[in-house]
Design a protein around this ligand. Structure first.
Ligand code: ADP
Ligand code: MG
Length: 328
């Protein structure tokens, strides 16, 4: 039995806007095993970022209601105060986001940004050792001439280099877990591959656990051990990467897999877009969220919300076709 580093139970996020209350994350349960990379995949707007932010309480409370449990070892982060969370963010759980320009301070040299983050969590280290440690970190993430780059401002670096700096900042505090939300989406394909290789390499070396959020199944195939497929705020399928690609079970996952271009197929093959739109998240859902788009929808799919059915070790799917009552 593998050890879980994170055990999330019945996580819900409601955003409060002027006109409505949006149920963006709808009762999510999952475990993250030590040392694994867990992919979270789903269309834009399905609640991936809201879920990731909720894990580290980065959603302002005046703006949203959260419920559920977030067990990080013996600690339930859901009950932590902002002050307690400040000791967790960065040091225990590192974060890498899509756009480094919004996360990096544009007015501060990158060396200083790495050093400050590190010293905040490791105040016993001397500034001089912290400086040389920061150089080592830049070296580790593949930045050439790191001594000189320490003095650069973020805007002088390319997008790929900035994302490497973000990774260096996240790694510098030696977190046990990294939340990476679309870390390569803003980058071109070649740089994206380099950054993913880098993350994989670092993960092997440091045994850090990673939650990797993406809307791109090829990123999942390349980097992840296990994957959760999210749809309309819920997990609809959970599987190992091998299971997901060889034996996808949820109709939404099957459609997602059909929609990715395949290199082994004829170039003129049209991509299959998924027709229809996801349900309105401001309304409660008494049916399967996917039934309006599902070619296999049955009557029960419109009347009840399917639970996750266990199909085997590590493989779950929220579709009534797995319900033993539906057996012909
Ligand atoms: N700060 C916010 N205030 C109100 N609604 C939000 C906020 N952030 C996200 N949402 C809504 O919550 C839903 C999930 O968004 P998000 O988690 O960003 O999706 P994803 O990361 O999967 O693209 C969307 O309908 C989005 O419009
Ligand atoms: Mg997002």
């Amino acid at each position: 039995m593998s050890i879980s580093i994170l055990d999330v139970k019945n996580l819900n996020v409601f955003f409060r806007t002027q006109r409505q209350r949006l149920h963006a994350v709808r009762g999510i349960d999952f475990k993250l095993h030590a040392g694994e990379t867990l992919g979270i995949v789903g269309e834009s707007g399905c609640g991936k970022s809201a879920m990731a932010k909720a894990l580290v309480q980065l959603i302002p409370r005046h703006h949203a209601d959260l419920s559920g449990e977030i067990w990080y070892g013996e600690k339930n982060l859901a009950s932590y105060s902002e002050r307690q969370m400040q000791t967790v963010r960065g040091k225990e759980i590192g974060m890498i986001f899509q756009d480094p320009m919004t996360s990096l301070n544009p007015t501060m040299r990158i060396g200083k940004q790495i050093v400050e983050g590190y010293l905040r969590h490791y105040p016993e280290v001397s500034p001089k050792s912290a400086w040389s440690y920061a150089i080592d970190m830049l070296h580790m993430v593949g930045i050439p001439n790191p001594e000189e780059r320490m003095l650069d401002y973020p805007h002088t670096l390319s997008g790929g280099m900035r994302q490497r700096v973000m990774i260096a900042i996240a790694l510098a505090c030696k977190p046990k877990l990294i939340l990476a939300d679309e870390p390569t989406t803003a980058l071109d394909v070649t740089i994206q591959a380099q950054i993913l290789d880098l993350m994989k390499d670092i993960q092997t070396k440091t045994q850090t656990s990673i939650v990797l959020i993406t809307h791109d199944l090829s990123v999942v195939a390349k980097c992840c051990d296990r994957v959760l497929v999210m749809y309309a705020g819920k997990v609809v399928e959970s599987a190992t990467v091998d299971q997901l690609f060889s034996n996808p079970q949820h109709p939404y996952t099957q459609r997602l897999l059909q929609a990715i271009p395949r290199l082994d197929k004829c170039k003129t093959d049209p991509l299959i877009p998924i027709e229809g739109t996801p349900p309105n998240l401001s309304l409660p859902l008494a049916s399967c969220g996917f039934c309006a788009r599902c070619p296999f929808a049955m009557r029960i799919c419109k009347e009840q919300s399917p639970p996750l059915f266990h199909l085997g070790e590590e493989h779950l799917s929220a579709c009534f076709k797995h319900d033993p009552r539906m057996a012909p």
